[in-house]
Design a protein around this ligand. Sequence first.
Ligand SMILES: Cc1cc2nc3c(=O)[nH]c(=O)nc-3n(C[C@H](O)[C@H](O)[C@H](O)COP(=O)(O)O)c2cc1C
Length: 353
Amino acid sequence: MTTHLFSPLKIRGVEFANRVWVSPMCQYSAVDGVPGAWHQVHLGSFATGGTGLIIAEATGVVAEGRISIGCPGLYNDAQVAAWKVITDFAHQMGTKIGIQLAHAGRKGGTTVPGSDHFMATKEEGGWIADAPSAIAFEGYPEPHALTVAEIKKLVEEFANAATRAIAAGFDVLEIHAAHGYLLHEFYSPLSNTRTDEYGGSFENRTRFLKEVVTAVRNVMPETMPLFVRISASDWTEGGWTIEESVQLAPELLALGVDLIDASSGGNVHNAKITPGPGYQVQFADAIKNQGGISSSSVGMITDPVQAEEIVASGKADAVMMGREFLRNPRWPLHAAKVLGQEVHWPAQLIRAK
Ligand SMILES: Cc1cc2nc3c(=O)[nH]c(=O)nc-3n(C[C@H](O)[C@H](O)[C@H](O)COP(=O)(O)O)c2cc1C
């Protein structure tokens, strides 16, 4: 029997073996933006565990685009070489791997978890964060409002990082436009009060994201899939809405985006979110079935039957899971058993099957 969850999905030239994917997760363990042994083991463990796609964590397109001083980047050759070790291993395991290209905006420049202070000092490698407007996120310092010339430069930096990601061997690129980071800060009216062509109307607030998508797609091979993670709702009155996400979907599709990874929230500290099992499925569903683009769902998906239902019912083309993969990096092998699905196990693990 073939379940929906374990049926292959082809996007452009890439075939994903199944539809249960690892969601990008910051590890705060890079040195000078270079991923190391932790990342090899962390991402490598998923590669041995039967997932159809791993998306590596938010990775700064410039040093000042990282979330913390321990986040990785793709702004120099040493980083490309370090990522290549990771993609090579995933490919040896027959697992597809993508990376999330990111700019943290006003939520950037922090220390790593466990530090005795939150914002990294200049001596530690910290920086003054960039944002659409000089409006601080709760608990963070006031950011620098980007000039138009600086925005244009960042569009180029996203494309440069995409070129490096391709050289590093990634199969998929995902643009991080969610969770209150720079691209989300632009399209959400809660953090963007600009009066130029990058603020105000829906068209203006989404301009930066669309310019980034266009520039990134331009350097990508035709056969390579491009995903965008958005926060489909700010969960806040006066903020970005699911209706706007549905409106954005066909526009991104027309620019060469293949799938919207539908997350939510993160741009204001007091958003009224009521998390529960599959609480964001509604967003993937609306984006796919009203917006007309493939989608993935993420957020409190932990159970094989639940994951199967999301895909089988046509609410999303794939599911991503974060914390459940931290608990059990080989979740798909177990889920397949629960669902009565035969799947490939790496030879090294076969005695545990
Ligand atoms: C440790 C950790 C790090 C995360 N880092 C990222 C990230 O780099 N990029 C991102 O888009 N989401 C990030 N997230 C959010 C997850 O990708 C996911 O959307 C969220 O955890 C909800 O899914 P879950 O309930 O399956 O964990 C992170 C979550 C966790 C737990």
